[in-house]
Write a protein that binds this ligand. Sequence first.
Ligand code: UDP
Length: 412
Amino acid sequence: MTMLSDYAGVVGEDVIDHLRQLAAPLNGMKIVHVNSTRQGGGVAEILSWLIPLQRELGMEARWEIITGKNEFYQCTKHFHNALQGAPALISEGLLKAYEATNRDAAEELGPVLRDADVVFIHDPQPAALLKHFPDRKGKWIWRCHIDASHPYRPVWKYLRGLVAGYDASIFSLADFVQMLPHTVYLVPPSIDPLSEKNMDLPAEEVTGVRGRFGIDPARPMMLQVSRFDRFKDPLGVIEAYRQATAFIPALQLVLAGGGASDDPEGEAVLAEVRAAAREDPDIHILLLPSDAHRTINALQRAADFVLQKSLKEGFGLTVAESMWKGKPVIGGDTGGIRLQVINHHTGFLVNSPEGAALRIRYLLHHREKLVEMGIKAREFVRQNFLTTRQLREYLTLMVGLTHGAEDRVRLG
Ligand code: UDP
């Protein structure tokens, strides 16, 4: 198990000491996080390191999940798409299933949630829990991981009704913030440099991953790692690849993805991707199990560079993951990707398959620039997007929320 002190080698002792000081006033507090899946997608990725670190820092942290039947996930997928701006007509039946699932979860999790000092509710899936706890003791925070900058208004109106009663909310970027009658914090996500997904790997494992999936080691390879979701624009990636191969026929594309258990649209999107790939032997579509962290790590390291051509993106952990491995990222000019990809420095921001194809050609024709951008990318992640920075911000806001009324807070 990774301990807090293990991060000192990456970020320095001072950062760790600071975290211990900040956590002192929170000692013994009961913290509960609720989301809708333990595996797959960025939220699960973050909670898997955050909970153990909060525990090590003296909090009684728990991770609970809300699960439902098919209609629940259909409804929450509509919420997700609508927050990202897609018009969605959600039937009464789906909304009822959503509310009933939250009601049942409230009953099941009742004792834990009622008693908690701080509750983090992640994304819309469990957002309706709050109204079942009029007698709550703790502070409840709605943590929105989604690009909600231009939500589809009718759906936002409904969701706003659910989240307005929270004590605070957290968004990843200022652009995403919606008017809410409570304090709103900005905390961009982060990656765990010591997890299986991001830790250093032996060189043989990195070279071996190409052989394992039939990728030619002698030819360039670019990668996108994503759930099969239209907002990740896998078809745009294939289009960019096709345009680039007109000039660089040796190029290979790897699209690695899997499903998240709370994402019902994946299969349909995967079928569209397969049709678009037209059995091109140089397009490798890899369906990976949700615990294939080490494989994804090796693929990100084995790639010449990485794409994340999303059309909407809350943050895009895959961007930070790839940059941490010294890879420049060609990313969609949207949401959290803009925080990470500093155009021409840590990668390129693009708005179309044509733009992506142009940047692909540039990187493959300017190898020295590719290496230089990769070095900058890794350093940028070290400074801004590692666990320790996000943990510091969470601790600070928790101290503020729970001790805000006091004149002074004694740090350890
Ligand atoms: N991921 C994974 N397997 C997959 C696809 C994605 O483990 O098949 C991981 C990916 O490495 C990243 C997270 O899931 O850590 C996805 O987070 P991101 O913020 O990029 O997108 P989200 O899925 O949350 O929209």
